[in-house]
Design a protein around this ligand. Structure first.
Ligand SMILES: NC(=O)c1ccc[n+]([C@@H]2O[C@H](COP(=O)([O-])OP(=O)(O)OC[C@H]3O[C@@H](n4cnc5c(N)ncnc54)[C@H](OP(=O)(O)O)[C@@H]3O)[C@@H](O)[C@H]2O)c1
Length: 242
């Protein structure tokens, strides 16, 4: 794909991986629209040269409004990164989980972004060099017990990506998946395992985007995806090691 002179929308663009990606793409001479909830952060980011869009992916009416604004303001939009995500770690087997927590995690991670994508397909179809790039997670392939709902949403994102790729062949829209390894962002604050920085991850993502790799990730994640595919119990054992 061409990585300059695009109009790019990034959900979850106000921090972490989305922001690092946005910065790299802005430097490569693209118009970058960052979507998030935090209006103060969005105002700051506008000063740094980004376009911004306020939208709470948990509110489906917000998603519809954002899609109308995008269609009116950015008719040349040709790339959508569905990157927003939250991970709430809790014991799913406990009887007192606030039910809202479950529905929020599902809405933000999958439902809101599936609907945003559907609403933007007519626009993307009209433009050349059109791509949808979805951020999933290794946990979509090797789920973990303290992230039952998160793992389920990321498995959904993985299947959404593949099904959409087939469905959009006739529209000439490419559909790719990014699977980050554990990356040092707000989402992983407090976790002690080896993390790479969001900037380093983006350095690895950019050449793979250029080559239109269907699954964009780092080598050790590719190996682990194979282990999880062939020997799911072994993957679970490795992950459960203290
Ligand atoms: N970090 C990792 O190790 C890792 C590993 C695998 C996959 N991932 C995936 O990578 C993606 C980016 O995560 P990150 O690590 O960069 O996390 P992050 O720094 O916490 O960023 C999450 C982003 O999602 C946005 N967001 C959260 N709730 C939202 C809502 N209701 N409506 C709209 N936007 C919302 C946040 O924006 P506002 O706060 O402005 O709303 C923020 O920009 C996620 O999909 C995550 O699942 C991360």
């Amino acid at each position: 794909m061409r990585l300059s002179d695009n109009i790019i929308l990034i959900t979850g663009g106000t921090s972490g991986i989305g922001l690092a990606l946005g910065k790299a793409l802005l430097e490569m001479n693209n118009q970058v629209i960052l979507l998030g909830r935090n209006r103060e952060k969005l105002a700051e980011l506008e000063k740094a040269g980004f376009e911004t869009m306020s939208c709470d992916l948990n509110e489906l009416s917000d998603v519809e409004k954002a899609s109308v604004l995008i269609q009116n303001k950015y008719p040349q939009l040709n790339m959508l990164f569905n990157n927003a995500g939250v991970q709430y770690n809790y014991d799913f087997t406990e009887s007192v989980i606030p039910l809202e927590k479950i529905s929020q995690e599902i809405n933000i991670n999958i439902t809101g972004q599936i609907i945003l994508t559907q609403l933007l397909i007519p626009l993307l179809s009209n433009n050349s060099n059109a791509f949808i790039i979805n951020t999933s997670s290794g946990l979509g392939a090797f789920p973990k017990p303290d992230g039952v709902v998160y793992s389920a949403t990321k498995a959904a994102m993985r299947n959404f990506t593949v099904a959409l790729r087939y469905a959009l062949q006739k529209n000439s829209i490419g559909v790719l998946e990014v699977i980050p390894p554990v990356t040092d962002t707000g989402m992983t604050a407090g976790r002690t395992e080896n993390k790479i920085s969001a900037d380093e991850l983006v350095e690895r993502i950019i050449p793979q985007l250029r080559r239109e790799r269907k699954v964009i990730t780092v080598p050790r994640m590719r190996i682990f995806l194979w282990i999880a595919f062939l020997f799911p119990s072994l993957a679970n054992k490795i992950l459960s090691r203290p």
